[in-house]
Design a protein. Structure first.
Length: 215
């Protein structure tokens, strides 16, 4: 697959993922699933749910844990991949290991030239944006000197808007930024789909295969 960059940036529900996969100009056959953001969590059923959905759509799925991977492993996994799927969890922890493993540079190249599509949920969606400062949290075990994201899109997705207190927090951050185009706030049953320079908020409801995407 080649052409403009294509992304699916969700909050919690995977209900819109099948339709997005079907909209790609060439059906993906190989996916790399990155569950790293969920490693500090006691359980992460949503990572298995994502893997099942992708396999149900006919994709071969390889798990790539960035906490344990080095640059050569990342390059080897991404080389034949049509799709990278990054799950939710702890954003700073994910960012730390995306940098340490070289995943950040490798996925920028693969997605930037249109060779590989990118899907992210919650922290995985936020990672695609220009900065993750909003997600600094004392409970997040990740340690980073900079909160710069992948920059695959010019805005940062703020997930889980419909959870208690989040709408006010999101709106406050957007107001402070002074540029509403820097952030896109979405509910758990929504996703941002990106096709080159164009993006839209689309429904992506939770279904029987969907689960919480962490903080």
């Amino acid at each position: 697959m080649s052409g403009p960059r294509r992304l699916f940036l969700g909050s919690a529900g995977l209900g819109g993922l099948r339709g997005w996969l079907a909209s790609l100009p060439a059906a993906p056959t190989r996916a790399v699933l990155v569950p790293t953001a969920a490693n500090p969590m006691p359980s992460a059923p949503f990572a298995d749910a994502a893997a099942r959905l992708l396999r149900d759509e006919g994709l071969a799925v390889e798990r790539l844990d960035l906490e344990r991977a080095g640059p050569s492993c990342v390059e080897r996994a991404l080389g034949p991949a049509d799709l990278v799927f990054v799950t939710g969890g702890y954003a700073m922890f994910l960012l730390q290991h995306a940098r340490r493993s070289g995943f950040d540079q490798a996925v920028r190249r693969a997605v930037g030239d249109g060779r590989t599509a990118y899907a992210g949920i919650s922290a995985g969606a936020a990672l695609a944006g220009p900065g993750l400062g909003f997600f600094r949290d004392g409970e997040d075990p990740g340690r980073v000197s900079s909160t710069t994201g992948l920059g695959l899109v010019p805005f940062t997705v703020l997930p889980h808007r419909d959870r208690p207190g989040n709408a006010a927090r999101h709106d406050h951050r957007i107001l402070r930024a002074g540029d509403p185009a820097r952030y896109v706030s979405i509910n758990d049953d929504q996703a941002v789909t990106v096709d080159g320079p164009h993006w839209t908020i689309t429904p992506s409801p939770r279904g029987p295969a969907c689960g919480s995407s962490g903080p």
